[in-house]
Structure formats: structure tokens, C-alpha cells
Design a protein around this ligand. Sequence first.
Ligand SMILES: Cc1cc2nc3c(=O)[nH]c(=O)nc-3n(C[C@H](O)[C@H](O)[C@H](O)COP(=O)(O)OP(=O)(O)OC[C@H]3O[C@@H](n4cnc5c(N)ncnc54)[C@H](O)[C@@H]3O)c2cc1C
Length: 284
Amino acid sequence: MKMLQQYMSNKKQLVIKGVKVNGFKRGSNSKAVTGVETNQGTIDCEQVVIGAGPWARDFWNMLELPKTANIKGKDGKMHTTDMWTYWMLQEGVIGVEPDFLKMNNGKAPPVIHVDSTAPLYSDKTKKLITDKIWGIYYKPDIEGLGVQGGTSPYIVDKHFDQVNVDPYGIESPEFQTTEAFNDMWCSALAHCQKRFEDKSDLYRKGPSGGLGCMTPDSFPIFDRFLENVYMIADANHGYKMIGVGELVAKEILGQESDLLKPFRFNRYEKGELHPTSNSPFPWS
Ligand SMILES: Cc1cc2nc3c(=O)[nH]c(=O)nc-3n(C[C@H](O)[C@H](O)[C@H](O)COP(=O)(O)OP(=O)(O)OC[C@H]3O[C@@H](n4cnc5c(N)ncnc54)[C@H](O)[C@@H]3O)c2cc1C
């Protein structure tokens, strides 16, 4: 409460950290949200903007938005699907020399991303890992610990309301990359570049990875709900969201963005979906 009182008396302070949103206060005559209920009191507001990453589900539930989405198929028929799907993003680091991927001209390499339908064999046991499509990405580790990257994520086989998002990431007792990831990713590295052959023992074991919360078509949603709540559900598209904040701010001030329009929530009901990719990654 003290922090909120400080805020009220000092309007210059625009960002207050460490405040947990628990719910929303609604107006009596309209759907609009009139206040944000937090663990430190209620903040009255005219406008709410939500960008909650993997916690999009929680905010969606707080706003009592539908648990399912109706999607118009190519056949013209309506199909119903769960609103959110959790995917587990698997990442790790192989402890090779920091310059292991340096290019012949001495420069840093680009991020390498490979999707393949070639059968993938274990670099260690030579057994078949998969003959289905697989994908990996890798780049020098930002902390110089070797080469960092990941594989295509897997779908968490639970209704979205049953998924324990917290504790998140490396704190999670439930969602961590496994030995199978180690074998698959290191073998895929060896498949892509010979220099990784016989290096899987250098994989740095330890907690890694994290959950992502995907929309029904795995593309982001940018839209207004309950009159004055703007939601950015990024569906794990990460850096591709750079610049979105400015577009959203303009939309809130009344200037609709042609770039954001295709990402409205009603695209599902209208059947105006984005093209489906063949990649094993939901965001490619
Ligand atoms: C393992 C992993 C690796 C990734 N690697 C990459 C990468 O290499 N490149 C890339 O571009 N993207 C990457 N991404 C995706 C990227 O992290 C996300 O797309 C991006 O962080 C989403 O940004 P956001 O601001 O929408 O949400 P977030 O960054 O998730 O921020 C949401 C915030 O909401 C807060 N919050 C949640 N609940 C509440 C509440 N009740 N009250 C108040 N605050 C709350 C959270 O604490 C958090 O700070 C990766 C994701 C994962 C999981």
C-alpha cells in the first residue's frame, strides 16, 4: 500500500516494479475496467495494456474472456478449440570453446536455424532419434559458455488451466529440458556441422528452457477487450515484436495500424487465419 501511496503523491514515477495483478475492477454501467487490483491495492485507471507473455492465460481468465475460440474453417464450418496451448521451449548450452563457431573471416557467425526431414541419428549411440521433421537453432552463448540454442518445443499435454506456469523457467520443478533433449540437440548439431561430432559429453547439464503460451494459430493477438483493455499476446515471437509498442500506443490513441489489423481476435471467427507453416516451430 505504501508504494501505491508514494505513486499517488508522485505522478512522475511511471513504472512501479514488483506489483502483482490479481484482478480487475469493472464499471457498474459498462464492461470497461475501472481499476487494476494488485497485491498492493487497487489502481484506478482509464486504460489497461497487458503484455504478459506466458501469463497471458491468467490475465485472460481475470478478464473472464472465453476459454475456447471459434474458428471458421476453409470448409465454412465453425470449429471450437482451446484458447491457449502451452508449449515447452527446450534450450541448452554445449560447453565448447567460445570461438568454436567463429567464421573464417574472424567475425561472429549468424544464428543458424535448421529444419530438416532427414533421419536424425544419435551422435553417441548411432540409434535413430527421429525420422519425423525436426528443427534446431544455435549461436555463440552470450556469456561465453560455449554454443547456446534449442530445438522445436513440445506441446504440454494438459488443458491450459492445469499448467503450472509458476515457478517459471529454471525455477520450475516440472518443466526442464531432459537427457533426451541433450542427445537430440547435440546430435542435430553434429548432423549440421561436423565440428560438433563426438562433443555431446560437453553439454552443460542444468536447468534450462521455459514455457510459452500460444494462441489458437500460434500468431500473436493485438486487440482491445472490454472497451479499454488492450492485450498483446505475443505467442513467443520475441524479437519480432520490436516496434509493436509504438504501434499499440498509436492504436490506443485512435490511429489504427494496418500492420496490427490482421492480428485481431475476431480473425478466428471470420476464418481469416494466417498461412500455416510446415516448420516444427510454432513461431516460424
Ligand atoms: C526458453 C525461452 C527462450 C526464448 N528465446 C528467445 C530468443 O532467443 N529470441 C527471442 O526473440 N525470443 C525468445 N523467447 C521468446 C521471448 O522471451 C518472448 O516472446 C517475450 O519475452 C515476450 O515478451 P512479453 O513482454 O510479451 O512477455 P514477458 O517477457 O514474458 O513478460 C511478461 C511479464 O509479466 C509479468 N507478470 C506475469 N503475471 C503477472 C501478474 N499477475 N502481475 C504482474 N505482472 C505479471 C511477468 O513477471 C513478466 O515480467 C524465448 C522464450 C523462452 C521461454
